[in-house]
Design a protein around this ligand. Structure first.
Ligand code: PLP
Length: 426
């Protein structure tokens, strides 16, 4: 092999994995163990003091999870990653490392409904204050920044509608104010968009969706871009101040460009505990091996379905950035040239009742709250994922009463179109 970096398809299969040193097993084994035996007392002491890397207990590190962590770090182009129990845990541990009580972060208003709830309600318990900005208006993020702002948060392609974020514009604002940009890359995956190439500092994922890809396990990932300078910055004491539990170690000094990932592991996983089960890491790793093939087919199928629905008489509008007429088409071509993702919304002329009827009449599409499965999925956000939001919040989040969200799977598009046509005319 030369110095040339392997391509994306190769990394998706090989990054982080080697035949098992103990057995020669070619697939990554599931290290289904809670704990790991120390070599001797000195080894144990150095592990606990963070002087040596190694396994202590599967809440903190696990060899199966470590392969997943290295793989996503390679695919995103980050310095290190941490696998956690869910996408929400990834967001929570990220904010826990960045915010103190009384601090703020600016978040894009077009987000996964669960993230909106988490930010508006649960985070209040920690004294973390979300300030909302308009995904479509980067200047609104800058206006929302105050001396207490510790991060900007957005999704690359935003849930539930096909919204594409101008990541580079948000990164320019974040850099001007010297705060990190956190990008939830769940809907795009690194196959479509690699946020670090556009100036993001931290990437989070719900691995439950397209990375795992088969609708069979909940998981999350935090990826450190290694780009933000924490050292000497009093606003980020978790990274820049001596840690009493580690004999005064300063994480940013000891771990440099992967200090954020270390903070997620030793202050997040160790103390707060949302660890990923190694069995789920195994399933997500298997999913990632075919990510490039699956994402391309997801995108191709989604474009075919969106094109068909855009001329259907029962459909008022289709919000899919892959369509040339879409308002996000130019951003999609710039940020996501391989395709515009597989999740999009349609507005039905018949409003709320038509949305409820469509989800009830579809046969091949499953009516459920998930995205990024091999199977095609459908949901009516106003009556389900986004029902806790007020009506105006629903509309700004792209989840008004007439909106139905589709996550297009890997079936034959002709069968999906037949199912949709039958359900819409029923
Ligand atoms: C699903 C999802 C989450 C939450 O992830 P879980 O794995 O369900 O906890 C966060 N962000 C986005 C964009 C999602 O789609």
């Amino acid at each position: 092999m030369t110095d040339r970096l392997p391509g994306f398809n190769t990394l998706a299969i090989h990054a982080g994995a080697a035949p098992d040193a103990a057995t020669g097993a070619r697939a990554t084994p599931i290290y289904q163990t809670a704990s790991f035996v120390f070599d001797d007392v000195d080894h144990a002491a150095s592990l606990f003091g963070l002087q040596a890397f190694g396994n202590i207990y599967s809440r903190i590190t696990n060899p199966t999870n470590a392969v997943l962590e290295e793989r996503i770090a390679a695919l995103e182009g980050g310095t290190a990653a941490v696998a956690v129990a869910s996408g929400h845990a990834a967001e929570f541990l990220t904010m826990n490392a960045l915010l103190q009580p009384g601090d703020e972060f600016v978040a894009a208003n077009k987000l996964y409904g669960g993230s909106i709830n988490q930010f508006n309600h649960a985070y209040k318990n920690f004294g973390w204050n979300v300030v909302w900005a308009d995904t479509d208006d980067p200047a609104s993020f800058e206006r929302a920044i105050t001396p207490r702002t510790r991060a900007i948060f957005c999704e690359s392609i935003a849930n539930p509608g096909g919204v594409v974020t101008d990541i580079a514009a948000l990164s320019a604002i974040a850099k001007r104010h010297n705060i990190p940009l956190v990008v939830d890359n769940t809907m795009a995956t690194p196959y479509l968009i690699r946020p670090f190439e556009h100036g993001a500092d931290i990437v989070v994922h719900s691995a439950t969706k397209f990375l795992g890809g088969h609708g069979n396990s909940i998981g999350g990932l935090v990826v450190d871009g290694g780009t933000f300078t924490w050292a000497g910055d009093d606003r980020y004491p978790a990274l820049s101040k001596p840690r009493p539990e580690y004999a005064g170690m300063v994480l940013s000094e000891t771990f440099g460009n992967f200090a954020f990932a270390i903070a997620i592991r030793v202050l997040g996983l160790r103390d707060l505990g949302p660890a990923l089960a190694p069995f789920n890491a195994f399933l997500i790793l298997n999913g990632i091996e075919t990510l490039p093939l699956r994402m391309q087919r997801h995108c191709d199928n989604a474009l075919a379905i969106a094109t068909h629905l855009s001329t259907h008489p029962a459909v008022a509008w289709v919000s899919y950035p892959g369509l040339e007429s879409d308002r996000y088409h130019a951003l999609a071509r710039r940020y996501s040239p391989n395709g515009a993702g597989a999740v999009f919304t349609v507005g039905l002329k018949g409003g709320y009742d038509a949305g409820v009827k469509l989800v009830s009449n579809l046969q091949l599409f499953s009516h459920l709250a998930n995205i990024g499965d091999t199977r095609s999925l459908v949901i009516h956000p106003a009556s389900t994922t986004h029902r806790q939001l007020t009506d105006p919040q629903k509309i700004t989040a792209g989840a008004g009463p007439e909106v139905v969200r589709l996550s297009i799977g890997l079936e034959d598009p002709a069968d999906l179109i037949e199912d949709l046509d039958a359900a819409l005319s029923a």
